[in-house]
Structures are given as C-alpha cells and as structure tokens.
Write a protein that binds this ligand. Structure first.
Ligand code: S3P
Length: 436
C-alpha cells in the first residue's frame, strides 16, 4: 500500500503542466480505432484508465504505437474492422471506458464480456444497458445492474429518441457511439448540459453531428476519417493545484495549456464565486477544444451556496472544491450532487469523513453536504482507494496545522501519473511511504 505524508503549510509557485485530459484521451483512442486511416494523438494521458482502453483496442486487433512522450499513433480499422476479443475485456477502475465501450461495441456487434476492478464491478450499468436494449442491442448486465456486461453479435440497432434521465456524459456518449451504427437518426435530449467532448471530437473525425439547444442528433451509417488530435491538460487534475494555490499563503502559479471546455471549467466559476484569484491567459482552440493557461494566486475564500445547475460541470472537482470550502470563511452548501455517491468511491461520504478527521464541521446530506470553514488540523485520511480523494486531501495539507497522512494512494495512477513529482515541483512537501 502506498501512503502520502505531507508536511503542513508551504506555498505553491511556478509555471508547470499537468497530464492530458482523461475524457478526451479515451475518446481520441476510441474514434481513432474505428476511423479510416492513421491518427496521431499528442498529449495523451498515460494513466491506468486510458491505458485500459488502449489494451482493449489492441485485444480487438488495432495496431497502436505508443511512445514515451505521450504520443499515440493508431491505425484505424474502420467501422467494421474490430475483431471479437479472445478473453474478457478488463477495464480496471475506469467507468468511462466501460460505459463508452458498451455503446460502441454493442453497436458494432462485437461479442465480448466487460469486467473491472472491485470498485467498477459495483458501479451502476443499468442506465447504459436499458437504452441500448431499446436500440435493440444484444447487451446484458448482472441482475443487480452491475458488471459483468455481455454483448452478443448479430444485432441490428435502431436509432432512438431519448430524454436523458440523469446528467451523465458517459451515458450520452455511450448512446452516441452506438448510434454511429444504428439505422436512422438518433436524438438525445439533455435537461442539463454535460461535457460535450464526444460531440466535438466526432466533428474532428468529419462525422456529421448536430447540436441544437439541448438536443444532439446524428444519423448512423457514416464513416470517420482519421485525424490528428492534440489533447489539452486535464482541468480535473489542474483543479487540485488551483485549489492548492488559493488556500496556501503567498502562492502564485500558472498551469499551462489546460482544457477549459465550457462544460468542464465550472470549477473555476465556483471558486471565483468563493473569491478565488484566477485568471485565464493565452486562450485558444486546439483540436476543437478551448484551452488556456490558468494563473492562480492566494485568495481570501468565502463560503457560497453552489447552484445545482453548476453541479454536472464540476462533478469530478468536488473533492478539491470541498477542501477549498473547508478553508473558506463561513458555510458552503452543496446540493443536487447525489451522483457523487456512485463515483470511484462514495465521494460524499469520503469527503465528509476526511474533512471531519481534520476537524472541519460537515453536515452530510444524501445529495451533498454543508461545510463550515475552519482550521484544518492534521490527521490520517482514508482515500477509499479513490484517486481524487487522495489528491484533494494531499492538497489540504497546504492549509493544515499538522502533517496529513493520506492512506492508499496507488489509484492516483489512474488519472494523474506523476502527481507526486508535479506536487513537489509546485511546492508541496510530500513523501511517499510504502506500507507492507
Ligand atoms: C466522464 C463523465 C463523468 C465524469 C467522469 C468522466 C466522461 O461521469 O464523472 O469522470 O468522460 O464522459 P458521468 O457521465 O457519470 O457523469
């Protein structure tokens, strides 16, 4: 078991970068694999989750070259070129892999079984399986709505007109990927916008897709043309340092080339509403996605009521945001965030547990929590093997009065390989301890 021991206090400074965006890296691999021709992906996230997606495509016969400088070259096999894998496809900890691949592979009629690690095996899959079955996909999950998922060949999918019952980009993307091989025009209606990386990237691969208001539609039966994709740095990884610089005295950092897709940059809006000193520099569009350098300085934070409409856009950033809330003056109230209970861990429980250990007053609710800002003490935190819980509590040490030990941090490798090195460069006094 790997634990982090972080000394209290210190400041963050300098200009640095964080690894590539996880959501965009998954999609770049998936679309490259089924495109016609060779695609080149740069800035790819070499994390365990995206490497699980890569291994799956290799197991289905796709030639992929992967070099140490985060460059990936994929020889696309076209829409009908994947072969059924010989053994079960293990997606490890990665919900995005399993949900997006379910739609894609069900649409293509690839016979397979999808499994994952203990956390993934217990996460809900019925929300994917139900609409895919409505499209006539031959897909099933276990009786309690979890993995393993089984897909059979020979299905002919029909387009669907679908009201999203839950704000989930994984569900939306799964259906869009299935729709590529369905007869007719699929329309998906979102009541709350979620990240639109799939829609943007399909356009990069020259596939026609319409996004009008809250409806996304595409007609099946087309082809994707190979292209080059430059993946921006992941704002979800940057978020730990954005919060870190806000809560540590005398801090001033610039995080380079971060994706600021309007459905992903909500963490910035929430923190600014709390008084954060954040500026965007050098804004541009790369491979269809907006990016910028993000400058953050020490800030006097105050608590806010987080509008429920902002929750989906910051869904992965709440472990970090709630650490900011613990350092803010007054109360911060999060509601409408029940989805956090079914992430890599029950994040509402994990955040509340960790903050309470550090002496912060937290009122846990079924769909959120109220955090009263206060003095962060030291203590021993359980990460619940969740990468984002581990990193958020490592950052909390910047404002603590005694050392923080975060237990069981190996899972940080799923989304942020090199976190410890970046954290040390930025100014965190962090030691990795191995526990046998
Ligand atoms: C993701 C969507 C979100 C997010 C996850 C990545 C994606 O999940 O939490 O980390 O890449 O589409 P939901 O779709 O379940 O909200």
């Amino acid at each position: 078991m790997i634990n982090y021991r972080i000394s209290p206090g210190g400041k963050l400074s300098g200009r640095f970068s964080v690894p590539g965006d996880k959501s965009i890296s998954h999609r770049a691999l998936m679309l490259s694999a089924i495109a016609e021709g060779q695609s080149r992906i740069t800035g790819f996230l070499d994390g365990e989750d995206t490497l699980a997606t890569m291994a799956v495509f290799r197991a289905m016969g796709v030639e992929i070259q992967h070099s140490a400088d985060n460059e990936v070259i994929v020889d696309g096999v076209g829409m009908q070129g994947l072969s059924s894998p010989a053994t079960a496809l293990n997606l490890g900890n990665s919900g995005t892999s399993v949900r997006l691949l379910s739609g894609l592979l069900a649409g293509l009629g690839i016979e397979c079984e999808l499994v994952g690690d203990e956390s993934l095996m217990s996460r809900p899959m019925q929300r994917i399986v139900d609409p895919l079955q409505k499209m006539h996909a031959l897909i099933t999950c276990s009786e309690d709505g979890t993995l393993p998922i089984h897909i059979k060949g020979g299905a002919s999918l029909t387009a669907i007109d679908y009201e999203m019952p839950v704000a989930s980009a994984q569900l939306k993307s799964s259906l869009l990927l299935a729709a590529l091989n369905a007869n007719g025009r699929t329309c998906i209606h979102e009541s709350v916008a979620t990240r639109d990386h799939t829609e943007r990237m399909l356009k990069q691969f020259a596939y026609q897709i319409e996004c009008e208001g809250s409806t996304i539609s595409l007609t099946g039966g087309g082809i994707l043309k190979a292209t080059d994709i430059e993946v921006p740095a992941d704002i979800s990884s940057a978020a730990f340092f954005i919060v870190g610089a806000c809560i540590a005295d005398e801090s001033d950092i610039i995080i380079e080339n971060v994706g600021i897709n309007p459905n992903r940059d909500t963490v910035i809006h929430i923190l600014k509403a709390m008084g954060a000193n954040i500026t965007l520099l050098d804004e541009k569009v790369v491979s269809g996605e907006p990016v910028a350098d993000i400058r953050v300085k020490s800030s006097e934070l105050h608590g806010i009521e987080i509008p429920e409409s902002l929750v989906p856009g910051a869904i992965d950033e709440f472990p970090a945001i709630m650490v900011a809330a613990a350092c803010a003056e007054g109360k911060t109230r999060l509601t409408g965030a029940g989805e956090l209970r079914i992430k890599e861990s029950d994040r509402i429980a994990a955040i509340a547990n960790g903050l309470q250990i550090l002496g912060i007053d937290v009122d846990e609710q079924p769909d959120g929590m109220t955090v009263t800002g206060g003095k962060i003490a030291g203590g021993e935190i359980n990460s619940f093997t969740d990468h984002r819980i581990a990193m958020a509590f490592a950052i909390a040490a910047l404002n603590a009065s005694a050392p923080i030990m975060v237990k069981d941090c190996a899972n940080v490798e799923t989304s942020f390989p090199g976190f410890v090195a970046v954290a040390k460069t930025a100014g965190l006094d962090l030691v990795v301890e191995e526990q046998v």
